[in-house]
Design a protein around this ligand. Structure first.
Ligand code: SF4
Length: 427
């Protein structure tokens, strides 16, 4: 982008999804100017979990169809819908359950499971910021003429929210995915972005997943499609639309440092609808004052990133939902790098995340940056460190516990969502 040129973020709210998608492409220059006849176009929706369209966890089939039809106007030679679902999830199953597979078949475009690809290129990441110096990316993605990033806007337990930038995490296979969680997920996301370099971003914000998404989402109708060449500006404006305080989300600082786009509102031009006209406050329980939110507990979270704070919220509320909050309130929970620990038995101190590792011999240390989403509550509940990297832990502890705990948790979340949406602006 030229120095004085503003990043354009387009917002459309038309009577149909198709009209909104077309409007966004038009506001960004028109699909036939963006894509040339005979080119190869990869569409990267979010199909990370096996969740149906009613949950708003995956890009909606309707939005995917609208983008395919818009792209077809440019007469590309191939349109490929590509995804690598979350660790432990089967991509093809996610395509089916999300409704995207039906759309691909009906529209005559290819479905592509990145996890199953053998033809990978080990790309060097320029100026890498995490431990990802090289990253294996399918040759198909690297050689495509265009990658259209097609996320859905949603709350996210380990990143506060998920939109354009985070969606590209779904272009790597499980091994890189797992590596991304072990050091610094935010910076690793930036590194993967540099390696993959999508050129167009279209956000599905027709229905967004609020609340304790992605595993216990509360859908909310916002009714818009957004688009931009700049993923950071797009994420920033998407947050403005749903009332997320971007100052509380560390990822924007990291994206700024990594030079992936602009976080300066003076350098962003919103075209089409304006934020104030489409604003709809979303319930996003992953933000707020974490130190005082659970006064019955000794919570130490000085210096914690927003990712670990979001996980703290998810896990503390899960303890409440399961009715095991009070009985464990003798525990100290340490999150973030700038904390001291009390003189207590080892099983009374839970250390959450890599930056508490220096105390590992004095408490129950859960590794990860950030750790797995449910590691904290399951460690409290079971009295042993629960970490998906421990062999057998996912199959024997994490999955069965989450399944058993889900009904109580779901009921708790529904009640909280009802309370929030009765008066969203007062929260
Ligand atoms: S482990 Fe530490 S550095 Fe990593 S996300 Fe959590 S608070 Fe941030």
């Amino acid at each position: 982008m030229a120095k004085d040129k503003k990043a354009v973020v387009a917002i459309a709210k038309e009577p149909t999804v198709q009209e909104s998608v077309t409007k966004v492409f038009d506001l960004l220059g028109g699909v036939t100017n963006m894509i040339k006849r005979g080119e190869t176009v990869i569409l990267k929706p979010n199909a990370g979990h096996a969740e149906g369209p009613d949950t708003a966890v995956c890009t909606s089939p309707e939005t995917l169809r609208a983008v395919i039809r818009e792209v077809k106007k440019a007469q590309p030679s191939r349109i490929i819908v590509a995804e690598s679902a979350a660790i432990g999830c089967d991509t093809m199953e996610c395509f089916e359950v999300s409704g995207q597979a039906d759309v691909a078949r009906e529209e005559g475009v290819e479905l592509y499971d990145i996890k199953a690809e053998k033809d990978l290129v080990n790309v060097a990441v320029r100026g890498y910021k995490s431990n990802i110096k090289r990253c294996k990316i399918p040759r198909l993605l690297l050689e495509a003429d265009h990658i259209i990033n097609l996320p859905i806007m949603k709350a996210h337990a380990s990143m506060v929210f998920s939109c354009a930038l985070k969606n590209i995490k779904g272009t790597v296979q499980d091994q890189v995915h797992s590596q991304m969680h072990q050091q610094n997920l935010t910076m690793a996301m930036m590194d993967v972005w540099w390696a993959v370099r999508p050129d167009i971003n279209i956000v599905d914000a027709i229905n967004v997943a609020s609340g304790y998404s992605p595993h216990t989402p509360t859908p909310l109708e916002v009714g818009i499609i957004m688009g931009s060449y700049d993923p950071v500006a797009l994420d920033l404006i998407a947050c403005d639309v749903v009332g997320i305080d971007t100052n509380q989300v560390d990822y924007f600082r990291a994206a700024d440092e990594a030079g992936l786009g602009t976080t300066n509102r003076d350098k962003i031009e919103v075209v089409g609808e304006q934020v104030k006209d489409v604003y709809r406050k979303m319930w996003i329980p992953y933000l707020g004052n974490m130190a005082d939110r659970w006064p019955e507990y000794d919570i130490r979270c000085e210096g914690a990133c927003s990712s670990c704070q979001a996980l703290l919220a998810l896990n503390m509320e899960t303890l409440k939902a399961l009715g095991i909050y009070e009985e464990n309130s003798d525990k100290t929970i340490v999150v973030g790098p700038r904390n001291t620990i009390p003189d207590k038995p080892k099983d009374k101190i839970i250390l959450h995340g890599n930056c508490t590792k220096r105390f590992a011999d004095k408490g129950m240390w859960i590794p990860g940056c950030p750790p797995g989403e449910t590691g904290l509550y399951l460690t409290v509940k079971t009295g042993q460190v629960v970490d998906g990297e421990i062999p057998g832990c996912i199959e024997n502890i994490i999955r069965p516990s989450m399944e058993a705990d889900h009904p109580k948790w779901r009921a708790y979340v529904e009640q909280k969502a009802k309370e929030f949406y009765e008066n969203p602006e007062n929260q």
